[in-house]
Design a protein around this ligand. Structure first.
Ligand code: ZN
Length: 292
C-alpha cells in the first residue's frame, strides 16, 4: 500500500454539462501542496472562491451531495470525489466554471481517466494521514444500516434494496485498490426511476439528465444508451461509487476499514461519515493523552 500522499503531475480539464443545472461546465484538476486535501474553486465567480471538500461544508444532500461556503456553492460533487479517492489522490484543486461539475457519462470513469492521464505524483516527505477507527462504528436510520470496522484493507459490502420488479436485492463486496476501483466501480453510471423523472424536472433538478449520463428504470425495462448496462449489477456498483465519494468528505484516506451498508443514500452516507470522523478524532484525543 502506498504510504506517501499523492497529487497529480500536471493540470488536466474536462468539459460537459451539469446533471441538475444543465449548465455547461468545465472542470480542471490541478496539482496541490501536501496536506491541503481536496478543494473546489468556482472560477466563474469573482475572486474564485474556494469550498473545501469536507463534511462541515455539506449544505444539502438532495439527489446529490452539495457543498457551500458563503455564497459559493458546488453541487453534485460525489462522482469527482469518488474518482479522487479511487485513484489514491490526497490533495488536488478542482476548478469548476459553473455551480456543478460536468456529469460526463454519469460515472466516475472520465474523472479517474483524467487523473491517471495527468499522472500521479507522490510527495517525498508527506506521509498519508489515514483514517484509523478505534473499533466498530454503527449507524441506523429507518431502513438504512451502516457499519464500519477497522481493517488492513479497504473493503465495502453494499446492498441495494428497492421495491421494484427490475431491481432485485443486489449485494456486492469488493476489496478496493486503484485497479479494482477503475475496473469494477468507476464505470458504473447514475440511475433513477422513470416515475421520478417528471418530478425531478419540475423541481428544477436533472435539467441536464439524459440517457447519455443516466440509466432510467422503467416499469418493465431499463432505458439506457445503445451500449446497454455496463454490469448486470451496475446499480449497486454506482451506490458504492457514491458512498466512496461521500466518505471522501472525511478528509482522510479511507483505506483501513471495512464498510457494510444497506439502503444507501447521500444523506445517510454523510451522517455515517460524520460518525466515522468523530470516532477517529476521539481516538486521536485518547492517543495524545496516553503519550503524556
Ligand atoms: Zn451518483
Amino acid at each position: 500500500m502506498e504510504t506517501m500522499q499523492a497529487t497529480i503531475k500536471k493540470e488536466i480539464s474536462l468539459e460537459g454539462i451539469g446533471l441538475h443545472t444543465g449548465s455547461p461546465s468545465k472542470l480542471t484538476f490541478r496539482p496541490a501542496p501536501a496536506n491541503t486535501g481536496i478543494r473546489f474553486f468556482r472560477t466563474d465567480l469573482p475572486g474564485h472562491p474556494m469550498v473545501p471538500a469536507r463534511l462541515d461544508f455539506v449544505v444539502t444532500t438532495v439527489r446529490g451531495t452539495n457543498l457551500g461556503l458563503g455564497e459559493a456553492k458546488i453541487h453534485t460533487v460525489e462522482h469527482v470525489l469518488s474518482a479522487c479517492t479511487g485513484a489514491g489522490i490526497d490533495n488536488i484543486d478542482v476548478w469548476v466554471s459553473a455551480p456543478e461539475p460536468p456529469i460526463m457519462d454519469g460515472s466516475a470513469l472520465p474523472f479517474v481517466k483524467a487523473i491517471l492521464t495527468a499522472g500521479i505524483e507522490h510527495y517525498p516527505d508527506a506521509p498519508k494521514r489515514w483514517l484509523h477507527l478505534p473499533g466498530e462504528v454503527l449507524y441506523q436510520d429507518g431502513k438504512a444500516k451502516y457499519r464500519a470496522i477497522p481493517s488492513d484493507n479497504f473493503e465495502i459490502r453494499a446492498t441495494l434494496i428497492h421495491e421494484h420488479p427490475l431491481m432485485p436485492e443486489m449485494s456486492l463486496t469488493l476489496e478496493l485498490n486503484r485497479e479494482i476501483y477503475l475496473r469494477e466501480i468507476a464505470p458504473a453510471r447514475t440511475f433513477c426511476f422513470e416515475h421520478e423523472v417528471e418530478f425531478l424536472k419540475s423541481q428544477g433538478l436533472a435539467q441536464g439528465g439524459s440517457l447519455d449520463n443516466a440509466i432510467v428504470i422503467g416499469k418493465d425495462r431499463y432505458h439506457t444508451n445503445e451500449g446497454g448496462l455496463r454490469f448486470p449489477d451496475e446499480f449497486v456498483r454506482h451506490k458504492m461509487l457514491d458512498l466512496i465519494g461521500d466518505l471522501t468528505l472525511i478528509g482522510r484516506p479511507l483505506f483501513k476499514m471495512r464498510v457494510e451498508a444497506e439502503y444507501l443514500g447521500h444523506a445517510h452516507n454523510v451522517a455515517f461519515a460524520k460518525l466515522l470522523r468523530e470516532a477517529a478524532v476521539k481516538m486521536r484525543g485518547k492517543k495524545s493523552l496516553e503519550a503524556h
